[in-house]
Ligand binder design. Sequence first.
Ligand code: BGC
Ligand code: NOJ
Length: 811
Amino acid sequence: MKFGTFDDNRKEYVINTPKTPYPWINYLGNEQFFGLISNTAGGYTFYRDARLRRLTRYRYNNIPLDTGGRYYYLYDNGDFWTPGWMPVKRDLDFYECRHGLGYTSITGERNGISVTQLAFVPMGYNAEVHRLVVKNTGSVEKSVKLFSFAEFCLWNAQDDMTNFQRNLSTGEVEVKDSVIYHKTEYRERRNHYAFYSVNRPLDGFDTDRESFLGMYNGLDAPQVVANGEASNSVASGWSPIGSHALNLTLAPGEEQSLIFVLGYIENEEEDKWEALNVINKKPALAMIEQFATDEQVDAALATLAAHWDGLLSKYQIQSGDDKLNRMVNIWNPYQCMVTFNMSRSASYFESGIGRGMGFRDSNQDLLGFVHQIPERARERILDIAATQFEDGSAYHQYQPLTKKGNNEVGTGFNDDPLWLILGTAAYIKETGDVSILDEQVSFDSNPDNTATLFQHLKVSFEHVTNNLGPHGLPLIGRADWNDCLNLNCFSKEPGESFQTTANIEGRVAESVFIAGLFVFVGPDYARICRMRGQDALATDAEAKIEDMRQTTLTHGFDGDWFLRAYDHYGEKIGSKENEEGQIFIEPQGICVMAGIGVEGGQAEKSMTSVQERLDTKYGIVLQQPPYSKYYLNLGEISTYPPGYKENAGIFCHNNPWIMIAETVLGHGDRAFEIYSKIAPAYLEDISDLHRTEPYVYSQMIAGKDAVRHGEAKNSWLTGTAAWNYVAITQAILGIQPDFDGLKVDPCIPAEWDSFEITRVFRGDTYVIQIKNPNHVSKGVASLTLDGAAVESNIIAPVLDGGVHQVVVELG
Ligand code: BGC
Ligand code: NOJ
């Protein structure tokens, strides 16, 4: 069952009922100011950091679900409603939500009035702009009233929902002309405030929540709206809100537009005030002036669209498969960019207060956006590296606002350092910019203790070889990629966090996954050493990689698949010998991606075992059989009910590892089969089961052991976006940025005839036609560049800024 359709020309998903199986959201903002907005206008806004600079309130896991957002109430002669249906839930004669790239437009119509509510964050602007178009679709003149509504958060979202003894007394606002200013704590140490304006004179306003709602009412029935009369309340403590009241008279067929701006201002310390306790409004008024007219809004929308067209133009496919086209051309790169902006901080499953930026997460996310915005990838790499320690270990997370490592979570996730090599290598392969390696980067964010980024990579690599366990495999530390395989935790305390609680000093538990990752990214490190003339270092690294490959085959292979780990007691995990958790997806993916066991047949066996033991019709589950009880020596993985999350859920993040691994072995049909099982556009028809947005990936789909097999959770912010992007654009479609140029090496379903890709690479545009006359899956028989034959399948960068024709024949 579907709840909307893709509009590929407009790059929108069009939702045609507010009653989607879960709120289907979109993101506004690209730089500093962000908003989350659902198809019923729920959500919130923040400046840079969803925890520390939250502008508007949002109550997670609220009843009803997704209550709270940017609401515009239409009062029509005693009747009142909201165009997004929520929160009033009055029946609409027409409803439509269009989620586009960086904007959302919601239209509702009732009794001859239609309201379209468009929201976006203009480029270079620290505010959401909302354009309301109110139209009289009937045949008689109508007088209606519009009431806006936003509830202010007292900045620190965590404190805002816990410290009521203080916060219910601190709220302050100012109202001047058509602007409501929220200035809580501005009187003391804050130098920022929020404002909410509209581009016409007010007929009233409210800034005190209870005066607007009535003491015991909800957002579905505010007293002010029900009465059609604003109360002109001025908040003093309690809960400040912003509500503008506007009377509109509309002739038949007439439409009027109103522009609201909900923004953020920072003043210099000496410019905070215009009079005693009167805030300096000049910068707010200057911002508001920029969006006084429809022409200004239209121009900003055009700039936003051009921004996105520019980003997406870096990789475009034309194929006969609409679903593939819309994933590759629009939605997957879009999700990658959103994930770049948000990391794991703010979604409808991430509260914006829990997690900062992940060290491993951000490095992997980079894979999905480095070609779109290489300069910002560069900056991100340097930020991440600065939270590393001298021995190569790293803070697992850092805060976006301070860029400092997060002490609560700490360090000790032993895969972390390797992802920095992966991210940096991806950046250099894309851009050819090796100067990044010479950048001076702090350790532990200490500007007095710096080293080159290259040195950071060196300590990353060595952190693995300096921390090997009894079998010569890498020690796992707190955990590796699988944050829930906590082999040194031994937590007995109810509620204790597996992620933050102190671990025992484990020098036994080892990870086959980290071994595979080491062999996978190691060669890039060795290559980088050679690029810097450090041949001895490179040779040494290559020897260590080779050792690790052998060790993995000797101690990390269980006969038919790769083992997962050794626990604290040196016992196997992910082995036939185990009763539960006999086979895990992660080592199969990463080891085969690294080429381990390709020659000896272990890789083929591993993929066969994945297919036989882990595959389902909705994707590949993380492990089998699921853990049915809590294992003290395994930790969080065994806390989830079978079929969910890391305990045998379909983790969409590492399904692409299997896709890529299958392409290493030349299995194009199988790789694409797995791709299309979890790519959201292919799941649109089962949206009632899948429940999350059909235009973005979710982290997890319930596995076969779960009651609701096929149901997804944790949409948007997941490494799934980047890895699926890599799997489809690089491994399957085969366009691979490499140190020496653009490599073309597709691995596709044999029945495909041809497809065309336009790829911008180091300033040139390559139009690549791939023909498959002999219906093979893999193997480049010939390649021409602008008509001339090229010996290998690597196109050396032309670097003339031109458009170049590439013709590839498989065979
Ligand atoms: C989740 C993991 C996540 C970890 C750290 C766990 O509860 O299951 O997916 O990586 O928390 O946030
Ligand atoms: C989500 C976390 O963000 C990521 O770092 C981790 O690798 C996966 N969960 C798997 O546990």
